[in-house]
Design a protein around this ligand. Structure first.
Ligand SMILES: [Ca+2]
Ligand SMILES: [Ca+2]
Ligand SMILES: [Ca+2]
Ligand SMILES: [Ca+2]
Length: 468
C-alpha cells in the first residue's frame, strides 16, 4: 500500500469536481454541473497523502460566455513525446472550426507548465525544449484555448491528452483512448491505484500488463529465408501473406520450395516452415517448326499419296499445351488441291499426280496448332520444286511436210528443215531425228539434232521421208 496525495473539493451542490483519479492526483478541478451558475465561488481544496492533510481556498470568478459554434475539430488530441529530448517537438496542429476562412484567431495554452507552447495564430502545439522525465511524470493534459476577434469574443478549448489508456474511476474499466502504434512495442505495463473514500484514505496499487495483439494473432514478423525464392515471392512481414512478385515460368522451374520464418518480435523466438509451390503449366509457348522454310524437290508423275516431306515442330509447354496438329493453310494458290498433311505426323503427301509441265513449283503454308485452352500456333512454308521427268513424246509442228528439190541440187544441199517440240524441259533441246522409211538404199540418215535434213543423195526425184 502506497500513501498517495489526494485532492478533495468542497463545493456547494456539486458544481465542481475532481472527476477522475488522475485529475485528483494532479489537483485538476473541472466543472461538473453548468446549470445554475453563480458569478463567484470560493472552493476549499483539501490535499491528503493518506495520513496528513492540508487545505487551500480557490476563488472562482464566473464570466458570461455567449454560445458559439467556434470549436476544435477534435475535443481531445493525443500525441507522444520522447523523454530527455531538448529540442522543440511539434505535437499537434489544432484546427478550429466554425470560423470564417482566414478569420484571425488567437490560440493560447491555459496550463503551459513551462513545457508547452502554441503558435498564437496557427494553433500548432509544440514542446518548449524542456526535457521530459517519464519517471517523474508520464502523462500531461494540456488545455488549449482558441479565441476570435469578434465582440464579444467566442472561445473554445481542446485537450492534448497523452493517455493511451483510460480507467473509469468508478468502475475500474480500462479502455483505449486512441489506436496503439502498431510499429511500437506491443506490451504495456500500467500501474493502477485503488483508493477508498474513507477517512483516513487508503490505497493500493497493482500492475496491469497489457499485451496488444494484432487481429491475426500474436505480433509476429514473417520473412523468407535468404536466397530462396525472393526473386519471385514476397511475404508481408506483418500478415504473412505470400505473394508472387515476378511471373513464374513452368518451363524454367516447375516447383519452388520456400522457407518462411515467423519470429516473435518481442522475444525473438522463431519457427520455420517449408512451403512447396507447384507451378502449373499454362499455354504460353507457341509451336515452333524445326525450320522456318523447307525446300524439297519432288519428281512429277509419281502416284497419288507419294510422300513429299515430313515437317516437325516443338512446343515448350506440357501435356495438351504441346500436343500439336498440322494442317495446310489455304492460300491464293491451289496447293491444298495437290497436297495433304497428316495432322499428327506432319508427313506431307500428294493428293494428285504432279505435272511439271503444268506447275513447276508450289509454296505450301503449314500450320501447327497446340491444344491449349487458348490454342497457339506456328507456321512454316514448304517450297516444293516439281522436277521434270520425260513423260511427254516429241511432237512435230505439223504432221506432214512438203519440200521441192532442184534436180541440179548437189550433195549436201538443204532440202527442208523439219521441227518437232517436246514439252519436257530436258528434252526440248535434245531431240534427235531419224528417217524411218522411204529412204531405202540411197539415203543417209540425218542425225542433226536441229532436224535439218541434208539431201539424202545426189540423185534426182521426189522422196517421202518418214522421221521419228
Ligand atoms: Ca503451347
Ligand atoms: Ca507453359
Ligand atoms: Ca519427252
Ligand atoms: Ca515432263
Amino acid at each position: 500500500m502506497t500513501p498517495t496525495r489526494q485532492c478533495h473539493t468542497a463545493s456547494p451542490r456539486g458544481i465542481f469536481t475532481t472527476p477522475s483519479l488522475f485529475t485528483r492526483t494532479l489537483g485538476v478541478i473541472t466543472v461538473s454541473n453548468v446549470s445554475d451558475f453563480r458569478s463567484f465561488y470560493q472552493l476549499v481544496v483539501k490535499a491528503s497523502d493518506g495520513l496528513y492533510k492540508d487545505s487551500a481556498t480557490v476563488m472562482v470568478n464566473v464570466t458570461n460566455l455567449t454560445a458559439s459554434d467556434l470549436g476544435f475539430q477534435h475535443s481531445v488530441y493525443s500525441a507522444s513525446v520522447t523523454e530527455n529530448l531538448k529540442t522543440v517537438q511539434t505535437l499537434a496542429a489544432l484546427k478550429a472550426t466554425g470560423c470564417h476562412l482566414n478569420e484571425p484567431l488567437f490560440y493560447s495554452v491555459l496550463n503551459p507548465m513551462g513545457r508547452f507552447a502554441v503558435s498564437q495564430s496557427s494553433g500548432v502545439l509544440e514542446t518548449t525544449g524542456v526535457p521530459f522525465d517519464r519517471e517523474q511524470q508520464d502523462v500531461y493534459t494540456v488545455v488549449v484555448k482558441v479565441e476570435d476577434m469578434r465582440t464579444p469574443a467566442r472561445t473554445a478549448t481542446a485537450q492534448e491528452d497523452y493517455n493511451l489508456f483510460r480507467i473509469d474511476p468508478g468502475l475500474g474499466d480500462v479502455s483505449l483512448q486512441r489506436p496503439v502504434d502498431f510499429e511500437a512495442l506491443n506490451k504495456y505495463v500500467l500501474r493502477v491505484l485503488a483508493v477508498d473514500e474513507a477517512e483516513p484514505t487508503h490505497s493500493t496499487a497493482a500492475q496491469l500488463v497489457i499485451q496488444a495483439r494484432n487481429p491475426d494473432g500474436y505480433r509476429l514478423i514473417y520473412n523468407l529465408e535468404e536466397g530462396n525464392g525472393s526473386k519471385h515471392f514476397h511475404i508481408d512481414f506483418k500478415t504473412g501473406v505470400l505473394t508472387v512478385t515476378n511471373p513464374l515460368d513452368y518451363e524454367s522451374q516447375t516447383m519452388h520450395v520456400l522457407t518462411v520464418r515467423a519470429s516473435d518480435s518481442v522475444t525473438g523466438a522463431f519457427s520455420e516452415a517449408s512451403i512447396e509451390i507447384e507451378v502449373e503449366d499454362v499455354n504460353d509457348n507457341a509451336p515452333v517448326f524445326s525450320k522456318s522454310k523447307y525446300s524439297v524437290n519432288m519428281a512429277e508423275a509419281l502416284p497419288v499419296g507419294s510422300s513429299v516431306i515430313q515437317v516437325s515442330a516443338s512446343d515448350r509447354d506440357s501435356a495438351q499445351n504441346k500436343d500439336l496438329t498440322f494442317e495446310i493453310m489455304k492460300t491464293e494458290g491451289n496447293e491444298t488441291e495437290f497436297f495433304a498433311v497428316d495432322p499428327s505426323s506432319g508427313m506431307i503427301v500428294t493428293t494428285q499426280v504432279l505435272d511439271h509441265e503444268n506447275t513447276k513449283h508450289f509454296i505450301l503454308k503449314i500450320k501447327a496448332t497446340d491444344r491449349g485452352s487458348a490454342p497457339l500456333s506456328g507456321e512454316t512454308s514448304v517450297f516444293v520444286n516439281v522436277t521434270d521427268v520425260n513423260d511427254n513424246p516429241p511432237d512435230f509442228v505439223t504432221s506432214q511436210y512438203g519440200a521441192s528439190l532442184d534436180e541440179m541440187a548437189k550433195c549436201g544441199h538443204i532440202v527442208i528443215k523439219i521441227q518437232a517440240s517436246d514439252p519436257d524441259t530436258g528434252d526440248l533441246n535434245n531431240l534427235k531425228y531419224k528417217i524411218l522409211s522411204g529412204n531405202e538404199g540411197r539415203t543417209s540418215t540425218s542425225t542433226s539434232p536441229r532436224g535439218s535434213s541434208p539431201s539424202p543423195t545426189c540423185a534426182r526425184g521426189t522422196w517421202i521421208l518418214t522421221t521419228t
